[in-house]
Design a protein around this ligand. Structure first.
Ligand code: F6P
Length: 373
């Protein structure tokens, strides 16, 4: 029996998505004789039953293209805004899966997508998740496609900021993405030779950061480049966020949860201008002119590098093999260079942050990079 499979990309776009669609599709069609359809705009397309046929023609020439040919969205299936109301659309997804006579659905995305894929698996669908994100924060996979390209872009930015910081004797704070994990800032900071790296896993003291900048200035290096992860917080702000998060987790009633979530959102919103706060605090403490560069979406745009093309192809084609074998309910993880199926239930909701004993942290300290603690 010919298997009919749907595929979608969800969450923030990242380089390597098209390589994974192509890797999966070529193996599914060419090696296993499957039929493939692509849902548009992530889980929203699955709810609205918007899809296109993906044949050899549609998969040709996309390996090197950034973004996703299918479009994406950040919709959650159990809490989707439809006609202005938040609704549970899982039953609609199940109906559309059956109407399209699907044997499996492939969800390509990050940690949020793993959770959503797990919800669909719990509703009885055969689901495979392929791990993509520039944040590298998906549990049980060594890395995710998108990370390598973003790491290269952020590293080049840190490199380039050195010559301008050096010329003007300035402090430059460069904000690097990564959500709640510090992988991207830590990796780009080390590879680009940042003088100080601040990540969410190590709440910083601004006094300690200022001391590092002043020590550099005293030794004749009167400029500093600081790689600041978007989720990094000073020790007081980190404690406030931990308390707000604990309130949400501990809330006993839906009303208490709503109030605690609102409070947490306001704590998070207050953090948005953090790079500017860090720069002005450092200017005041060190007397060195300070500037901010926010790398933003440039980190996830454009053509994937060789690593992400390889990883997307490896995990995509392995995903097709798994479906052919009848495996579902898994993330196709990359472990020691191999594609390994890991139960979705172990991946969903399990954020991979930087362990404090990670070799990257030891290496950063080893070369004298300040980590703000
Ligand atoms: O998860 C990828 C990512 O780029 C994060 O690094 C960042 O925090 C987030 O997405 C930005 O989200 P959005 O695309 O919704 O602005």
């Amino acid at each position: 029996m010919t298997k009919r499979v749907g595929i979608l990309t969800a969450g923030g776009d990242s380089p390597g998505l098209n390589a994974a669609i192509r890797g999966f599709g070529k193996a599914a069609i060419g090696q296993h004789g499957m039929e493939l359809i692509g849902f548009r705009d992530g889980l929203r397309g699955l709810v609205e039953d918007r899809w296109q046929d993906l044949d050899g023609e549609a998969l040709a020439g996309i390996l090197t293209i950034g973004g996703t040919i299918l479009g994406t969205s950040r919709d959650k299936p159990h809490k989707m805004v439809v006609d202005g109301e938040v609704r549970d659309m899982v039953p609609t997804i199940v109906e559309n899966y059956e109407r399209n006579k699907l044997d499996a659905i492939v969800c390509i995305g990050g940690g949020g997508t793993a959770k959503n894929a797990n919800r669909l698996a719990q509703a009885g669908l055969d689901v495979i998740h392929l791990p993509k994100t520039i944040d590298n924060d998906i549990a049980h996979t060594d890395t995710s496609f998108g990370f390598s390209t973003a790491l290269g872009i952020a590293t080049e930015a840190v490199d380039r900021l050195h010559s301008t910081a050096h010329s003007h004797h300035r402090v430059i704070v460069v904000e690097i993405m990564g959500h709640k994990a510090g992988w991207l800032a830590l990796g780009a900071g080390i590879a680009g030779g940042a003088d100080i790296i601040l990540i969410p896993e190590i709440p910083y003291s601004i006094e300690s950061v200022a001391d590092s900048v002043k020590a550099r200035a005293a030794s004749g290096r009167n400029f500093s480049v600081i790689a600041l992860a978007e989720g990094a917080r000073n020790q007081e702000d980190a404690a406030d966020l931990a308390a707000a998060t604990a309130l949400v987790k501990g809330a006993g009633t839906p009303e208490a949860k709503a109030a605690a979530s609102k409070h947490k959102a306001s704590v998070e919103a207050a953090h948005r201008d953090n790079p500017f706060k860090v720069a002005s605090a450092l200017e005041e403490a060190t007397g060195l002119e300070s500037r901010v560069t926010i790398l933003g979406y440039v980190q996830r745009g454009g053509t994937p590098d060789a690593n992400d093309r390889l990883l997307g192809t490896l995990l995509g084609s392995a995903g097709a093999d798994l479906i052919a074998e009848g495996v579902s309910g898994v993330t196709v993880a990359s472990q020691a260079g191999r594609a390994v199926p890991v139960p979705l239930a172990d991946v969903a909701g399990n954020l991979k942050t930087v362990p404090l004993d990670d070799p990257w942290i030891a290496a950063a300290r080893g070369v004298g990079t300040g980590l703000g603690d």
